[in-house]
Design a binder for this molecule. Structure first.
Ligand code: CTP
Ligand code: MG
Length: 439
């Protein structure tokens, strides 16, 4: 998908499925209304429904959410969602008899409302604790070109195949009939992300299977696979556990409380153990260097979110946009959130190929999530080419849009000294100013 690479933003819509009855949980109310918090009040703002919707509404680029509710509870769910006071429009529609039919109802609503989306997320309210960072990761993978993306966790337990067989006395026993190689198996979570057309076509094509639990797909990637679409996996998150049984609920409640107590979730600025004086702004510094490609290459030169056709490209796993990378690095530095590598490095490999503007947007989101407002970012490019001047305004516009704050760009050469002077590579150095948000 080119859209995100060019603009740094994907238009995202989300279906949050909450139409199930929660029979296995046995709470006596629709599962989505079960509270995670201490109040114990059905449908309060700690409910699976409200928690999942709130986390989904924080996804970068999300433009609309539709919740599927049990048909009898559409009005109640609508009122509960309205109480959240979200910026993002959030509709509630009646679900169907199977999860598949519920998702289809949600998609139909989005289609009728003519949301012009690039990416659609489908998320289970039953996985209410799923952090927004996982959702953003799924969106980033779709925006970067995957047609279908699932979050997946490695399997810790030994896996066996077990079947009902008759023993010598003709009594039915459960017998181990085989083993599975757990190293290639994954536990699949939500949200699952899709290019809009891919999911819409898959659901439309297999809608006839959706009214029977036995034939309906239990997740959306299965539909995509039935339609011949390749599905990619990104690392899941233990917090995206599914509340199915009473044991799951007990665990989810403990985790919910921990999240509430954790400094990272209460939107007070936290700078890795240092007591931040709440009245003082904080500066940060960042830098990035990439070597020019030697010889022929398919790569293209991207700088400050702008494409420079015909210019000698920079090498790297990412788009090697040194301006965007230095800006993101400086933001992390100012907020005390580490650096570019510790945020988007090997622990989060899904960002490896992301466009610079996407990384900058995500860095800015994390800085704001940690409780800071962003003042401005200044970036200086050090090198001989490409010429920055003619594209400065466009680069500033794109970088500012990604950061949600003013980004200024300047350039200098090094009097032919050093690697930059010899034309071996390009460097950028950046400063950022952030301020702890007033409480
Ligand atoms: N779901 C839905 N429509 C259905 C069935 C399920 O929207 N007809 C949603 C659920 O609300 C849940 C998700 O799909 O968020 C996963 O389903 P599951 O965990 O099985 O929830 P329930 O169906 O509610 O639980 P149970 O199967 O125990 O009744
Ligand atoms: Mg179910």
């Amino acid at each position: 998908m080119k859209v995100l690479e060019e603009t740094g933003h994907a238009r995202v819509v989300a279906v949050v499925t909450a139409a199930g009855s929660g029979q296995r949980l046995g709470y006596g109310v629709p599962k989505a209304l079960v509270p995670l918090g201490e109040s114990g009040r059905i449908g309060d703002d700690s409910s699976l429904l409200c928690t999942a919707v709130r986390n989904t509404a924080a996804v970068h680029g999300v433009q609309a959410i539709v919740v599927t509710a049990p048909a009898a509870d559409v009005k109640l769910f609508t009122e509960l969602v309205a109480l959240l006071g979200l910026q993002v429009p959030c509709a509630v529609v009646a679900g169907g008899v199977s999860r598949q039919s519920s998702v289809y109802a949600g998609l139909q609503h989005l289609k009728d409302a003519q949301h012009d989306a690039d990416v659609v997320l489908v998320h289970d309210a039953a996985r209410a604790l799923t952090p927004t960072s996982l959702m953003d990761r799924v969106v980033a993978a779709v925006a970067h070109g995957s047609a279908a993306v699932i979050p997946a966790l490695e399997v810790a337990d030994t896996i066996k195949l077990v079947e009902d067989v008759a023993d010598a006395a003709n009594t039915s026993v459960q017998r181990v009939t085989g083993a599975a190689d757990r190293s290639v198996m994954r536990i699949v979570q939500t949200p699952q992300g899709f290019a809009w057309d891919v999911l819409w076509q898959a659901h439309t094509r297999f809608a006839d299977r959706s009214n029977d639990e036995a034939t309906a797909a239990t997740d959306d990637s299965t539909l995509a696979q039935w339609a011949g679409v390749e599905v990619d996996a990104v690392p899941g998150d233990a917090l995206a556990l599914k509340v199915t049984t009473a044991t799951d609920l007990a665990l989810a409640r403990t985790l919910f409380q921990q999240e509430k107590d954790a400094p990272s979730s209460d939107h007070t600025p936290h700078s890795q153990g240092v007591d931040v004086n709440s009245s003082m702004p904080l500066v940060g510094i960042g830098s990035d260097v990439h070597a020019f490609v030697v010889g022929q290459s398919e790569r293209e030169m991207w700088l400050g979110g702008v494409h420079f056709p015909g210019e000698q490209p920079l090498d790297g796993h990412s788009d090697a946009d040194v301006i965007a990378h230095a800006a993101a690095d400086a933001l992390f530095s100012a907020a005390g959130l580490g650096d570019l590598g510790s945020n988007f490095g090997t622990s989060e490999p899904q960002w490896a190929g992301a466009a610079g503007s996407v990384l900058l947007a995500e860095a800015a989101r994390r800085v704001r999530e940690a409780g800071f407002d962003i003042g401005n970012v200044a970036v200086q490019v050090i090198g001989n080419k490409p010429k920055v001047g003619p594209q400065r305004a466009l680069m500033q516009e794109r970088m500012s849009a990604a950061a949600g704050a003013v980004v200024r760009i300047s350039a200098t050469t090094t009097d032919a000294l050093g690697f930059a002077g010899r034309g071996e590579g390009l460097a950028a150095i950046a400063t950022a100013l952030v301020a702890p948000r007033a409480q």
